[in-house]
Design a protein around this ligand. Structure first.
Ligand code: ZN
Length: 392
């Protein structure tokens, strides 16, 4: 099946709604028509039992398939490999994520992880720099030696090299508000996280232009009714909140509370996947450190949670089972339209929906929401062969 045109017929979940049977027509990588109730005549793919959803969008991916994006020797090769693994799991666009690193390690990754298509894999939406301007007290598994205070000169070097798409930083650090203003003005999405900010410092960060929260609840002080802190400020505001849905980083009940508080239009499911994702349990890298995976979560030897070993399709299935009160199409929204809208601009205008004019990025799920096929820009990828990933 070529890229020029593709017709898919079946039930669709998009925009928080369920379309019982729709005919989706694509041309040149774009959706040109969505006809609810349209016939299946001449369709290339007919989904009789299952769902068609927009391609999944993961804003925080450290690696997958044995490849760590922060420490990879060859970042171009690394991102292409990760993109291929993600597409096998229904992810059609992602932000390659770099954890806190020395200043000289970042520019080459900004270039390699910049927004671009990866043939046969998920499209990169540009790099997510998670750090290095983080609170040492809430560093999680980040290397303390790589943490530093917000530095205007370093930010200018990033912007002169290639804009990151997302920067996670701690708003309470000296210089953070100026950094947020500068990045936001340059069109970078600033996300608050790895932070001990109280509510006032968190609000100041949001007022300075931060538009996201990074893995809500993790690497920040817990919500307290007299000290609501960053969690409270994020839940009460209008920012989009990333949340890890592996069932270990965040209790399912806390995800339920967050979704009820912020709504599916503000909760973006992320994998926070590590190299260990989509590989058999084994030791793997995160930056300069070694982590161990049990197949669901990866930890450092001292037990510190490092990241997830599942990908976004697994998180989607989890949330569907944990939140039975939430319409399935709203669950899908949290891994599609909401992350696209968090990035805004061009991405929001062409990703995250099954609608005319949008990229033909689609996933076909079986009734159990396992990925049957992934379509990237109108091209059907073969997802049958490599459910068992290779190790490297
Ligand atoms: Zn983190």
């Amino acid at each position: 099946m070529g890229r020029s045109s593709l017709v898919i017929h079946g039930p669709v979940l998009t925009d928080g709604r369920e379309l019982p049977a729709a005919r989706i027509e694509t041309a040149n990588g774009r959706i040109v028509a969505v006809r609810p109730g349209g016939g299946a005549d001449g369709a290339d793919l007919v989904v009789a039992d299952g769902w068609i959803i927009p391609g999944l969008i993961d804003l925080q991916v450290n690696g997958a398939g044995g490849v760590d994006l922060t420490s990879a020797h060859d970042p171009d090769e690394a991102v292409a490999a990760v993109a291929g693994v993600l597409a096998q799991h229904g992810v059609t666009a992602f932000c390659p994520t770099v954890v806190s690193s020395p200043p000289e390690a970042i520019p080459s990754r900004l270039v390699a992880y910049g927004a671009r298509a990866h043939p046969g894999g998920a499209e990169s939406l540009g790099a997510h720099l998670e750090g290095p301007f983080l609170d040492p007290e809430h560093r999680g598994v980040h290397d303390p030696a790589a943490l530093r205070l917000p530095d205007a000169g370093e930010i200018e070097r990033w912007l002169a090299t290639r804009h990151p798409t997302i920067v996670t930083l701690a708003p309470e650090l000296p210089g953070a508000l100026a950094a947020i203003r500068r990045l936001a003005e340059a069109g970078v999405v600033v996300s608050l996280g790895h932070s001990g900010a109280d509510a006032a410092a968190a609000r100041a960060g949001l007022e300075a232009g931060a538009r996201m929260g990074t893995h809500l609840f993790n690497a920040m002080p817990p919500f307290h009714h007299r000290q609501p802190g960053l969690v409270g400020a994020l839940l009460a505001g209008s920012a989009t909140l990333g949340i890890i849905a592996d069932g270990v980083h965040v209790d399912p009940l806390a995800i339920d509370v967050a979704v009820r508080a912020a709504g599916p239009g503000r909760i973006a499911l992320v994998s926070d996947a590590l190299a260990a994702a989509a590989t058999p349990p084994s030791p793997s890298r995160l930056g300069a450190q070694t982590v161990l995976s049990d197949g669901r979560i990866a930890r450092r030897a001292d037990g510190t949670m490092a990241g997830s070993a599942i990908l976004l399709d697994g998180g989607l299935r989890n949330v569907r089972s944990w939140l039975p009160w939430l319409p399935p199409a709203e669950v899908v929204r949290m891994a599609t339209r909401t992350p696209a809208e968090a990035l805004g601009g061009d991405v929001a205008a062409r990703k995250g929906r099954v609608a005319p004019g949008y990229d033909a990025d689609l996933v076909i799920l079986d009734p159990d929401w396992q990925v049957v096929a992934t379509v990237v820009r109108g091209v059907v990828l073969d997802t049958s062969s490599s459910k068992v990933p290779s190790t490297r």
